[in-house]
Design a protein around this ligand. Structure first.
Ligand code: GLN
Length: 319
């Protein structure tokens, strides 16, 4: 086993869990009513090792929408199908140093990276127009959901239509980003912007829970092979690129500090989820809706800090 004394290890995870539970900082996302209604007390942690040992504590079967945690996953599919060279003709690899939804492009008039809204909208356009272009939007959604499901080893994955509809209603900024990129000729030819935006909102509205997300994280930790089904879902090259950008850009405008203090690739989403990948060891998902001012789950960030304080999972431990 990759974690030889698993019960001993999970005892520590439980301790961190209870320690973070008393953290009542942060505010639940409120830009749409469906998210504003989330219970701030929900707190769950699930983990899955690359050899399939699993542990969950707290509210780990409560469904939540992927939101920004869909970004590394759609980026992974784009890499897998199109290759790094094609994908990065359209989107950069640099942290933006700005808010995740800021109306800004890089010096080449491309979105800075696939982990912010502009980049993720663009990746959705690539998936729609360049990957199996004959598919309708309905077929493309099924295709994407299936890819995500394979990453999760076939476990709990759904769709929240109320969140989708209200995302689309409250999307002035995302539309502004969409049009701004069209003005600058960012999209591949034949992109239908309305379809591409819908596809982006749909990806954000895919529903998971901590347990299925931990398997997704573990598949990334395991170089693209799902530890539960042993299916090879992604190439190691695609996973390497995804983890590189999660490391530098996955935590919004806290990414630099997170890379420094925690040193583990992660991606957060506004519903309060945090996807954490410890390469060659395990995947973790934490879920707690209250967010700090930068948009990261307060308990999730604290949990990661507790974790690397006790264990040498920081990328530059063990030198
Ligand atoms: N649905 C959100 C948006 O597009 C997702 C962003 C996020 O999770 N930060 O604004």
């Amino acid at each position: 086993f990759i974690i030889p004394d698993f019960p001993g290890f999970t005892k520590h995870i439980e301790d961190f869990y209870w320690k973070c539970k008393s953290n009542t900082e942060g505010k639940v996302a409120s830009y749409i009513p469906q998210l504003a209604r989330m219970n701030p007390d929900y707190w769950g942690v699930s983990l899955c090792t690359i050899d399939g040992q699993r542990f969950s504590i707290g509210d780990t079967t409560v469904p939540f929408t992927l939101q920004s945690c869909s970004k590394p996953l759609s980026y992974a599919i784009a890499l897998e199908r199109l290759g790094q060279e094609v994908v990065h003709k359209y989107v950069g690899q640099e942290p933006s140093g700005r808010n995740f939804n800021e109306l800004v492009l890089d010096h080449n008039k491309k979105p800075h990276n696939p982990m912010i809204n502009a980049g993720a909208i663009l990746v959705c356009a690539l998936l729609k127009v360049l990957v199996k272009p004959e598919m309708t939007l309905a077929e493309k959604f099924d295709f994407t959901l299936n890819c995500f499901r394979k990453l999760a080893g076939g476990e709990n994955l759904g769709f929240n239509n109320a969140v989708f509809l209200s995302e689309r209603e409250a999307a002035d900024r995302n539309y502004a980003l969409g049009f701004y990129m069209r003005e600058h000729g960012c999209y591949p030819e034949k992109t239908n912007l309305r379809e591409c935006m819908d596809f982006y909102f749909q990806c954000c509205s895919i529903e998971v829970n901590c347990e299925s997300m931990a398997v997704i994280a573990a598949t990334l930790a395991n170089g693209g092979i799902c530890p539960i089904t042993e299916e090879k879902v992604l190439k190691p090259e695609s996973v390497r690129d995804v983890l590189s950008l999660m490391h530098s850009c996955g935590m919004y405008d806290y990414s630099g500090q997170f890379a420094f203090k925690v040193g583990i690739p992660a991606k957060s989403g506004v519903s309060g989820s945090l996807l954490v990948v410890i390469p060659n060891v395990m995947g973790i998902c934490t879920y707690s809706p209250p967010l700090d001012p930068l948009g990261n789950s307060c308990r999730g960030v604290q949990f990661c800090e507790e974790l690397v304080h006790e264990f040498n999972f920081h990328r530059y431990d063990n030198l």
